[in-house]
Design a protein around this ligand. Structure first.
Ligand code: UP5
Ligand code: MG
Length: 196
């Protein structure tokens, strides 16, 4: 019966670990719809008439986490709009508020397959994000000050979520320090194990 529910993989890992990069690969090869919570929030921030624009920008710049009502509703709408049934949810849930809000609204609407967790050192992640900033990402959080805050939030708020799913045996860890193609070789194994 569960098989009729849309299927979801949460993709987590430190800022700059390569979540977005790997989701692009997964989406191409396995046909999952890639939904980045960060991208949806940045889009909502730009949307004329959005009542959340300023709040979102302030949270992002300070590496803080937007209230789940906003993020979860953007995710839910994007899922419905896609008309598809398999989703990569990139960068969510990042804290207890996210987790509880998702469970409240979505846990009976989707089946969580597993949590893909990218492990990458802080130095390497910082270097990647600063590199992306220098290359003109335009992201207001690709600077050293924001990155320090993003990392603190990651360690204090997001790691406990990984531990929560670890206890349910749902975490699939991948070392994300090698070149993107090599990381994807490991990522693939977890998707090949799924029913087709
Ligand atoms: N790169 C990628 N993989 C590489 C590799 N293997 N080797 C070498 N380089 C690699 O990659 C980052 C950079 O590294 C790129 O230049 C890439 O080419 C290179 P990317 O794939 O973008 O990594 P990713 O993990 O997606 O990094 P991102 O910066 O997007 O992660 P964050 O988790 O910090 O950002 P996100 O967009 O998810 O969230 C931003 C903010 O939005 C949060 O801080 C928060 O304020 C807010 N937010 C919420 O409030 N709630 C949410 O639910 C989600 C976000
Ligand atoms: Mg990303």
């Amino acid at each position: 019966f569960n098989k009729m529910l849309p299927e979801v993989v949460f993709v987590l890992g430190a800022p700059g670990a390569g979540k977005g990069t790997q989701c692009t690969f997964i989406s191409k090869e396995f046909g999952f719809v890639h939904l980045s919570a960060g991208d949806l929030l940045r889009e909502e921030r730009q949307r004329p008439g959005s009542e959340y624009g300023e709040m979102i920008e302030e949270k992002i710049r300070n590496g803080e986490i937007v209230p789940v009502e906003v993020t979860c509703s953007l995710l839910h709408k994007a899922m419905q709009k896609s008309g598809k049934t398999r989703f990569l949810i990139d960068g969510f849930p990042r804290n207890k508020d996210n987790l509880e809000g998702w469970e409240r609204v979505m846990s009976d609407k989707v089946k969580l397959l597993f949590v893909l967790f990218f492990e990458c050192s802080r130095d390497l992640c910082t270097e990647r994000c600063l590199g992306r900033g220098a290359a003109g990402s335009g992201r207001s959080d690709d600077n050293l000050e924001s990155l320090q805050k993003r990392f603190n939030t990651y360690l204090n708020a997001t790691m406990p979520i990984i531990e929560h799913y670890e206890q349910k045996d749902l975490v699939r860890r991948v070392n994300a320090e090698s070149p993107p193609e090599d990381v994807f070789a490991d990522v693939k194994k977890h998707f090949n194990e799924l029913h087709r």
